[in-house]
Design a protein around this ligand. Structure first.
Ligand code: NDP
Ligand code: 2IT
Length: 451
């Protein structure tokens, strides 16, 4: 980056940090995008004159609200609810809802910001948003989760709608929570519309939406691997997380011929040197989605596997790593371990799982590295397909949805190549994804005037 560009980025970031103090995750997500797009902005003065970057980092609207509910012991509980409506330049606000104890305004803003560029990359007309609460479903009964979801929606309903803002799942929000949220929305509004995605298979949900993020990440990885004449066949894969994204990334990688040797949760990870099988995968789906158990139990069930409490899987040697748990779960040392263990491809299923220091290590080692906003876009893309199916009151087959998903992931990969190829031929997928995602939103904003 030249001196003028560097100065521009530094000034921009000091002003952003001054205006949004203490929001470390938001600063991190913005810095990455601004560093990628600054050279592009320098070439087009109208983008600077229109203050597109200054506008794009300012949410169009932030909603924060009280979520009171009563637990099973009759005690009153109070959580905080959020919806950050970041950008609606290319379509209605769209993005997931996260229920996790760690949720803060900074995390909501970083996710809504990332979502804006990710949704632009999908080629579908969707703006960017994110919502959630510091409520943790862990250890709560179904009845408690239902009462919480009903209370959350009793405020959120007035801010969303099929042409306004369409929420979906994220960490802590899966089929069960979307069901309770949708039920309450429909009850208050007295209308059956596609206002949430990730709905149940018998009431408007798209086929393959549960699988889409994990499958899409594998399709993206396939495209990256193909650039080096490789595939998943015979490769050893380390995956973190054991939730929605991790489960279906593992299933698809395995079906594509890879040996998946790790899964994790916030308490630790399991290492199965023999690799996952369809039977073991079915056990994991039942353990996590029905019994809501911990990944530790895998090692009790399959003695060849070992459980490592309090650790992340990145020191296990592998060819391909797929972080599918949460933000900043690959730090500098983890990245170093991955490279030393022979890893040559990192495909992010989670949002911002690698720290900037880790990304620098991947780039310096010239390995294949894709940021979440490119490789996990299959989830929201399939949400977009669910919106289309709801609008035309039709339901596509799994094959039709899978075909769309394949095409979308291939298009995103192509866009990354177009904008991210360096003079030496190395593809910087971060740069490619950020510039490709930015151009569409920036031009839409410029064309729509100062709003
Ligand atoms: P789930 O809630 O289904 O699973 C999350 C998994 O990550 C769990 O195994 C969980 O363990 C673990 N995890 C969560 N927080 C932490 C933490 N702070 N430290 C360590 N482990 C943690 O969520 P998803 O699978 O849906 O989401 C995973 C990631 O993928 C997130 O970054 C999300 O934003 C992203 N994503 C999700 C999409 C979707 O369609 N669902 C689409 C695109 C991205 P534990 O049970 O112990 O909490
Ligand atoms: O981060 C994400 O892209 C999601 N959690 C999915 C959002 C969606 O609207 O399907």
């Amino acid at each position: 980056m030249d001196k003028i560009c560097r100065q521009y980025v530094d000034n921009f970031m000091s002003e952003l940090i001054r205006k949004n103090p203490g929001e470390a995750e938001f600063h991190q997500a913005v810095r990455e995008v601004v560093e990628s797009v600054a050279p592009y902005i320098m070439q087009y003065p109208y983008l600077r004159e229109q203050k597109i970057l200054e506008r794009i980092v300012e949410p169009e609207r932030v909603i924060m609200f009280r979520v009171p509910w009563v637990d099973d012991r009759g005690e009153v509980q109070i959580n905080r609810g959020y919806r950050v409506q970041m950008n609606s330049a290319i379509g209605p606000y769209k993005g997931g809802i996260r229920f996790h104890a760690s949720v803060t305004l900074s995390i909501m803003k970083f996710l809504a910001f990332e979502q804006t560029f990710k949704n632009s990359l999908t080629t579908l007309p969707m703006g960017g948003a994110k919502g959630g609460s510091d409520f943790s479903p862990r250890g709560k009964s179904d009845a408690e989760v239902m009462r919480f979801c009903q209370s959350f929606m009793t405020e959120l309903y007035r801010h969303i709608g099929q042409d306004t803002d369409v929420p979906a799942g994220d960490i802590g929000v899966g089929g069960r929570e979307v069901g309770y949220l949708f039920g309450q929305y429909k009850r208050i509004r007295d209308e059956f519309t596609g206002t949430l995605t990730g709905k149940g298979q018998y009431w408007g949900g798209s086929r393959l939406r549960p699988e889409a993020t994990g499958y899409g990440a594998c399709y993206f990885a396939q495209a990256m691997l193909a650039t080096r004449g490789k595939s998943f066949q015979g490769q050893t894969v380390c995956i973190s997380g054991a939730g929605n994204v991790a489960q279906y990334a593992a299933q698809k990688a395995m079906r594509l011929g890879a040996k998946v040797v790790t899964l994790s949760d916030s308490d630790g990870f399991i290492y199965d040197p023999e690799g996952l099988t369809e039977d073991k995968m079915n056990y994991v789906l039942e353990l996590k989605n029905i019994r809501r158990g911990r990944i530790k139990e895998y090692a009790d069930k399959y003695p060849a596997a070992q459980y490592f409490p309090g650790e992340r899987p990145w020191r296990i040697p592998c060819d391909i790593a797929m972080p599918c748990a949460t933000q900043n779960e690959i730090e500098k040392d983890d990245a170093q371990h991955l490279i030393e263990g022979g890893c040559y491809c990192v495909t992010e299923g989670a949002n911002m799982p690698s720290t900037p220091e880790a990304i620098e290590i991947f780039h310096n080692a010239k390995i294949l590295y894709s940021p979440g906003k490119a490789s996990n876009a299959g989830g929201v893309a399939t949400s977009g397909l669910e919106m289309t199916q709801n609008s035309i009151r039709q339901r596509w087959t799994a094959e039709e949805v899978d075909e769309h998903l394949h095409r979308i992931m291939a298009d995103i990969h192509q866009a990354c190549i177009k904008y991210g190829t360096e003079p030496d031929g190395y593809v910087n997928y971060v740069k490619g994804a950020n510039i490709a995602g930015f151009i569409k939103v920036a031009n839409a904003m410029a064309e729509q005037g100062v709003v």
